[in-house]
Write a protein that binds this ligand. Structure first.
Ligand code: ADP
Ligand code: MG
Ligand code: MG
Length: 873
């Protein structure tokens, strides 16, 4: 097997094998850009590493050493050599970009002898400083990444050294200081691990490669993959390449840049640059970097070259590029390029611009937007009036747009814990690091004191679509005591704050937010998407307000109205409880009679909101005990209404207790035991439809009545008969003409397996994949949280099957139901209304198996529209 490819052997089509970084380094080589020449160890080697029990086998290592030999020849330097030593970086790089999630080691190949030889060969004191700077960086990174000795021990030593020398920045440390630091670092290494720092470059290399493979499995990478739908099986490649030195002297530096603004999408070079610095310095927020434009003054030739590179790359990739580069002695080297991560807003603008500029077709533009990203645009923005009235306390960089308001917390752990108990929080930190990722996700927004537009916080927040204001240097932070001051105000944990990720403004207190709308570029892309998609998109809505919102967002019908949600209002719940605690049919009917007008009214509102588009109404589904009173006062009230004693009512309530209500007396089973409930609901639906149809002759109101939790065709037949008799009587009494449908949910495996029988009685199927998932797996979605984490840790599951449709099992049941049902009833229409209806990969699956529509919550409608289009393109 070929495990290793030099940059001259690969190209961008080999992303799966070489990872994104490796494939693009090879592609940049091919189109003649200045890339230090190295090699890539494939993602397959990573998989092999795990298969071999986390060991690099001899074949892979032998090929890597051939790669080293090639690289030595190509660059005229030798690994571990005392005359002309080659130093390398060892870099991770998966198929999908996972910024900052895995590990990279720089300056590998140094040891005491090499350091001494380098200094001897160049007596310039500035050069000596550079050598020790590189050495101490290497020891620190190697210890941290490869040997997992915490960074903090080394950072403490640096801070101590800076304090002793009375300097603020690393660059102010002298060669002697850095030399001493390198010694201290080695001592710290030995102190922590009990062994000497490995001096053999080949051993260093092997350990580093292993560490990169290992980093594929680190906790933050696992979380990132789960969030971004990246399979664990992909693995990471390892790139080994010669170092170029941005920390060589003041004619050198390092930077990152985007060809367009990743926050707004504006077609303008954006980036940051740091003189006399190496890699991580820019993103880690160690010193505040200068804007890229300023590089023109400092390094005019390299800057001009860089502009040309940007143009070449955009013309080549036809997309906005995110680039990492280094200038060594005024000469430019490219170290990475990729299609840049961007905010949802920027993604839309860039896609439209690329179409207008002739880079992309409309279909390609639709395909390049990540549907999950749209979420942020659909989330509330600050209320314009309230925002105008508010005075900012301070300002940072608008690093990731959106509005966030909540209580201040100071650690990622706190953010997680507070959010878990339902608090809205804003995470305020000096700077963030990859370990903070779960806490960042839990927060409404992130505010950092240090770091620029390309800092870790900014990049990760943009990726997550979360509001972020970074680099607010005016904040006087006291992380230890959990407080900070800004604009004369002291904030403690729990105090409220609002941050605007677009302008970077920071406000005291909570500024109210308003819903977002689809307009401008968003509207353009959605219109294109609608041209391509085959799937219809409906919404799950129980109220006219939700339905209206969904219509604005493009819903073409209601796929699920959960009628039980309508019962919780004070007047109704009382009547409903009276119904539950009835002894006879007559009593029940009397109570239901009170609810009927309310239900009818609700349905009229929905039919009105939908303007003649389809409305699916699901009949009562949950077990009755969910509705009974728990408060003593409510129980008393019910007793009085029913003319019973409190004890009697309590006994009735107790009799409703079920050991496993999820599999208990619910769904169509309720209509089987109490047909009068289905009768009442039918009357409400039909009367509402008749009324609305009368008012709007130009609409075609066709109610779709959906019977839940059917497992046997006879159940459906029984309930359907009640519905049809009642409905036909209503229609006849009104002397009108009204078409209606009766269908069923497919949410019990047995229903899917006997769909050929059920289809004879059903006008439509709708997959209730929440129940179908829990019934198929045999665990409850309310309890799965308790053990899912263990399942992720052990890689038994990579995703939550309630969030991402299990295509293998649950999906097979769906396919079976369609295959069995359609031939029996050619008019059968089929949809999905579980949470999965708004999940892009699930939507794609629904398209593939031939569903007619997906139905999802209102704010997911645009996501489903886009995902449906992408499935069809
Ligand atoms: P990440 O995937 O986290 O961005 P990288 O592998 O890109 O990690 O490495 C991080 C940074 O290290 C790069 O942006 C670059 O500045 C620096 N770096 C990596 N390899 C080299 C190299 N060969 N020469 C100089 N700097 C390098
Ligand atoms: Mg990088
Ligand atoms: Mg259900």
């Amino acid at each position: 097997n070929k495990w290793v490819y030099t940059f001259k052997e690969g190209n961008m089509s080999m992303r799966n094998l070489l990872g994104g970084k490796g494939a693009n380094l090879a592609e940049m080589t091919e189109i003649g850009l200045p890339v230090p020449q190295g090699f890539t160890i494939t993602t397959e080697a990573c998989t092999q590493y795990y298969e071999d029990g986390r060991k690099i086998n001899d074949e892979i290592m032998a090929q890597a050493m051939e790669g080293v030999a090639w690289m030595e020849k190509e660059n005229g330097k030798k690994f571990g050599d005392l005359e002309n030593p080659l130093l390398v970086s060892v870099r991770s790089g998966a198929r999908a970009s996972m910024p900052g999630m895995m590990d990279t080691i720089l300056n590998l190949g140094l040891n005491d002898e090499v350091v001494a030889a380098m200094i001897k060969g160049n007596p310039d004191p500035a050069f000596e400083r550079f050598v020790y700077d590189s050495y101490r960086r290497f020891i620190q990174m190697f210890s941290d990444v490869v040997m997992e000795v915490g960074k903090k021990y080394f950072e403490q030593l640096i801070d101590k050294m800076k304090e002793e020398r009375g300097v603020k920045y690393d660059v102010d440390l002298t060669a002697a200081d850095l030399k001493e630091l390198a010694e201290q670092f080695k001592a710290e290494y030995k102190n922590q691990l009990g062994t000497d720092f490995p001096s053999d470059p080949v051993e260093q290399l092997k350990l580093a490669i292993e560490a990169v493979f290992r980093s594929w499995d680190n906790p933050r990478a696992n979380v990132y993959r789960r969030d971004n739908d990246i399979p664990y099986s992909w693995g990471t490649a390892v790139n080994v390449m010669p170092m170029v030195f941005g920390n060589l002297n003041n004619q050198s530096g390092t930077g990152v840049a985007f060809t367009r603004d990743p926050a707004t999408g504006e077609n303008k070079l954006m980036g940051e640059f740091l003189i006399n610095a190496q890699g991580e310095d820019v993103v880690a927020g160690v010193r505040t970097p200068m804007p890229i434009a300023q590089m023109e003054k400092e390094f005019p030739e390299a800057y001009a070259d860089f502009l040309k590179v940007c143009e070449t790359l955009e013309n080549h990739y036809h997309d906005m590029q995110d680039m990492e580069f280094t200038v060594e002695n005024k000469k430019l080297y490219m170290l990475q390029c990729r299609n840049g991560k961007r905010t949802a807003q920027a993604a839309l603008k860039i896609a439209c611009d690329l179409v207008d500029e002739g880079h992309k077709t409309e279909a390609e533009a639709v395909a390049m937007i990540d549907p999950r990203n749209l979420d942020t645009l659909l989330h509330p923005q600050f209320d314009a009036a309230a925002l105008k009235a508010a005075t900012p306390l301070g300002k940072g960089l608008g690093a990731s747009p959106g509005a966030a308001a909540g209580k201040v917390v100071f650690t990622a752990d706190d953010a997680e814990a507070w959010a878990a108990r339902g608090e809205k929080v804003v995470l305020v930190r000096l700077e963030t690091s990859p370990e903070d990722i779960t806490g960042m996700k839990a927060a409404q927004g992130i505010l950092t004191v240090r770091g620029g537009m390309t800092s870790h916080a900014a990049v990760v927040a943009r990726g997550m679509g979360e509001c972020c204001v970074s680099g607010c240097g005016d904040i006087n932070m006291d992380e230890e005591n959990k407080k900070f001051t800004l604009g004369g105000v002291e904030f403690h944990e729990g105090d409220t704050i609002s941050i605007d990720g677009t302008t970077g403004n920071i406000y005291q207190g909570i500024i109210p937010t308003v819903d977002a709308t689809i307009a401008g570029e968003f509207g353009r892309i959605m219109a294109w998407a609608d041209k391509y998609r085959k799937l219809k998109v409906r919404t799950n809505a129980d109220t006219p307000a939700d339905a209206k919102k969904a219509r604005e967002l493009g819903a073409e019908g209601i796929g699920l109205c959960r009628t039980e949600h309508m019962f919780f209002e004070a007047d109704r719940i009382a009547a409903f409880r009276e119904m539950i605690c009835s002894d006879t049919v007559e009593e029940r009917e009397a109570a239901l009679e009170k609810i009927l007008p309310y239900q009818q009214n609700d349905f009229e509102g929905l039919f009105e909101a939908l303007e003649g588009n389809p409305v699916t109404i699901r009949f009562l589904d949950p077990p009755l005990h969910e509705f009974v009173p728990t408060e003593e006062a409510d129980i008393k009230k019910l007793a009085e209404a029913k003319n019973k004693s409190v004890e009697e009512i309590k006994a009735m309530i107790n009799s409703l207790h079920e050991f496993n209500p999820m599999m208990g007396h619910r769904g169509c089973r309720l209509a089987v035991t109490y047909p009068e409930i289905a009768k009442m609901q039918t009357k409400a639906v039909i009367r509402a439809a008749l009324n609305v149809q009368k008012k709007h002759a130009d609409w075609k109101v066709v109610p779709e009545i959906m019977i839940p939790l059917v497992c046997d065709v006879k159940e459906l037949k029984f309930v359907k008969q009640v519905v049809v008799e009642t409905a036909d009587a209503e229609i006849k009494a009104a002397g009108a003409d009204l078409k209606y449908e009766v269908g069923t949910m497919i949410e019990i495996p047995r229903a899917a397996l006997t769909a050929d029988e059920i289809a004879k009685e059903a006008d439509f199927f709708c997959f209730g994949t929440n129940d179908l998932t829990q019934m198929t797996y045999g665990f409850s979605r309310d309890d799965a949280g308790k053990f899912l984490n263990a399942y992720y840790d052990t890689k038994i599951f990579e995703n939550d099957p309630f969030a991402k449709l299990d295509q293998t099992g649950v999906g097979k049941l769906m396919e079976t139901a369609i295959k069995l049902g359609k031939p029996v009833n050619p008019n059968l229409h089929v949809g999905i209304c579980g949470e999965h209806g708004g999940d892009p990969s699930s939507v794609e699956f629904c398209h593939k198996i031939g569903l007619n529509y997906v139905s999802c919550s209102p704010f997911r409608v645009p996501i489903a529209r886009l995902a449906a289009a992408q499935a069809a393109i």
